[in-house]
Design a protein around this ligand. Structure first.
Ligand code: RB5
Length: 156
């Protein structure tokens, strides 16, 4: 596993239990920082997406995991934070490609979609993979994402 410096975690009420179980597992392998939520009481996923996204940006080389019911709301919210690339996945191939091709810093999973083992496998695949810097087309495409973020549109 190519361990990041810190793995930041966030979940809403739907993802709380799965987050606790996953942190219990992953803290044996990497430094984990839990940014909440801390109970199954109803809360709003964008709050945790924002916290994790900001921490990831502030800590170079770190990565994040966000868990809500589907992973979708978390990914939508995290991707609104300038500089963040977050992807919601349900299987290991996409988790791996999120790093290799898209250089995603945050993986989002759904507690109502994946079992503990499937979510664990996706996170392991994400952590074990680096951006493929040998291939300039991936960097070119990531730069185009950044240009959309800066300007709202690509010019070529
Ligand atoms: C909460 O019920 C649910 O809407 C949330 O966890 C998430 O799935 C949203 O995308």
């Amino acid at each position: 596993m190519a361990a990041p410096k810190i793995l930041f975690w966030g979940a809403d009420h739907a993802g709380f239990e799965l987050k606790q179980k996953l942190i219990e597992h992953f803290k044996k392998k990497i430094i984990c920082e839990d940014l909440g939520t801390n109970s199954s009481e109803s809360c709003d996923y964008p709050d945790f997406a924002e916290s994790v996204a900001k921490k990831v940006l502030d800590n170079s080389g770190s990565l994040g995991v966000l868990i809500c019911g589907t992973g979708l709301g978390m990914s939508m919210a995290a991707n609104k934070v300038h500089g963040i690339r977050a992807g919601a996945v349900s299987e290991t191939f996409s988790a791996e490609m999120a790093r290799r091709h898209n250089d995603a810093q945050i993986l989002c999973v759904g507690s109502r979609v994946l079992s503990f083992d499937k979510a664990r496998e996706c996170i392991e695949a994400f952590l074990a993979t680096e951006l493929d810097i040998e291939n300039p087309r991936h960097l070119r495409r990531i730069h185009k994402i950044q240009r959309i973020e800066e300007n709202g549109a690509t010019s070529d």
